[in-house]
Design a protein around this ligand. Sequence first.
Ligand SMILES: [Zn+2]
Length: 65
Amino acid sequence: MAARDAPRLVPCPTCGKPAPFAPANAWRPFCSERCRSADLGAWASERFRVPAAAPTDNDSSVPDA
Ligand SMILES: [Zn+2]
């Protein structure tokens, strides 16, 4: 395998830049710690965001002004 030593590049889930998917990249599959933190932050905010009142489109009791 010729490309054995070359790390496989995967698109960073946050910014889309090619990031080396290798043990040397501690933030894989992200390209950097910043992108990893950003993604985890977004994931956490999504996870902990509880929809208090979802819009009810089927509720016809409220007149649609
Ligand atoms: Zn990135």
